[in-house]
Design a protein around this ligand. Structure first.
Ligand SMILES: [Zn+2]
Ligand SMILES: [Zn+2]
Length: 347
């Protein structure tokens, strides 16, 4: 086996070079995976363009990428669940397993989590990675590596649906039909929620939402969104309102779209930390506001859905690049948001 590998290394804002690095060696509980496909996430683009997200600042050299799949090539001596040749997808965050958050099952809130492509932890725009076997999930032979990579964003949608206790008979609004909005829509349908209204400003994304099962599709530029959602829900509002667009305006819309006793699920990260919100609606109509930070305990359910073709991740992919063109992939995802949905890097 080769001892060196290629990696797409961020050397500064907007600059990525291909470099040779040592192939990592798996510890006893880890597997070595040859990476096959990596999804470009909004957070990767953000780090690439701005060099930071909040308090997380990129100190080059740094490797982006956290949505990935690949083939197991070597296993540590204590690993019994996987073997070389297995096709896998990996949950990118490794929690400490000992703190109160971890012990309570909400390990996504672990203060010591080690999460790919979150400074200073390197990501996976490279040829090989080592990962704990317990956060590595087998894919069926019928699932492509590209689909396997997109289990990661699906996990965000599934965790959001689960945190909202989504179940058949309920209605939902999903604000934003980007990758996260589209996986949230699919996770809701997988949970049995059949009335899902998708709202976006971009026609390409709305078409995709319609294809993927949205029962009503609204264009915020042309449609009277509030009135149409009220009509659709017989004047009640929706049981669950998911904000995935990450904008102040859509976040402010949420309270007015929720039914009495409904839930507001904040998945997107608004560009502003503080803004006005109609709090009287929250108290008077007893709304629950739920924040979403990554996910916990949903990877297996997402892998099951993907392995059984109960969700469609393939049709989210609009553009593909090789590892050597990771810089172009990130630039394209940044500059052509409206003509693309998901950009992937294939190895
Ligand atoms: Zn992501
Ligand atoms: Zn912990």
């Amino acid at each position: 086996m080769a001892h060196t590998m290629k990696a797409a290394v961020m050397k500064g804002i907007g600059k990525i070079d291909i470099e040779e690095m040592a192939v990592p060696i798996p510890a006893s509980d880890q597997v070595l995976v040859r990476i096959k496909s990596v999804g470009v996430c909004g957070s990767d683009v953000h780090y690439f363009v701005e060099g930071r997200i909040g308090d997380y600042v990129v100190e080059p050299p740094f490797i982006l990428g956290h949505e990935c799949s690949g083939e197991v090539v070597e296993v540590g001596e204590d690993v019994t669940s996987l073997q070389p040749g297995d096709r896998v997808t990996m949950e990118p965050g490794i929690p400490c397993g000992r703190c109160q958050s971890c012990l309570s099952g909400r390990y996504n809130l672990c203060p010591d989590v080690v999460f790919w492509a979150t400074p200073p932890v390197n990501g996976v725009f490279c040829e090989y990675v080592v990962h704990p076997a317990c956060f590595t999930f087998p894919l069926s032979d019928k699932v492509s590596y590209e689909e396997g990579a997109l289990v990661e964003p699906l996990a965000v949608g599934m965790y959001s649906a689960k945190r909202a206790c989504a179940e058949p008979g309920q209605s939902a609004v999903v604000l934003g039909s980007g990758p996260i909005g589209l996986v949230t829509l699919q996770a809701l349908r997988a949970c049995g929620v059949m009335r899902v209204v998708a709202v976006d400003l971009v026609e390409l994304r709305l078409e995709k939402a319609r294809e993927l099962g949205a029962s009503l599709v609204l264009n915020g530029k042309k449609d009277d969104v509030i009135k149409m959602i009220m009509d659709y829900t017989a004047g009640r509002g929706a049981d669950m309102v998911f904000e995935t667009a990450g904008s102040v305006i859509t976040t402010q819309l949420t309270a007015g779209l929720a039914a009495r006793g409904g839930k507001i699920i904040l998945v997107g990260l608004p560009s502003q930390d503080r803004f006005e919100y109609d709090m009287i609606q929250v108290t008077a109509r007893e709304l629950d506001i739920l924040g979403i930070f990554r996910y916990a305990n949903v990877y297996q359910s997402c892998v099951d859905l993907v392995n059984n073709k109960a969700v469609d991740l393939k049709s989210l992919i609009t553009h593909r690049y090789p590892l050597e063109k990771t810089q172009e992939a990130l630039e394209f995802a940044h500059q052509h948001k409206h003509e693309s949905i998901k950009v992937v890097v294939n190895l």
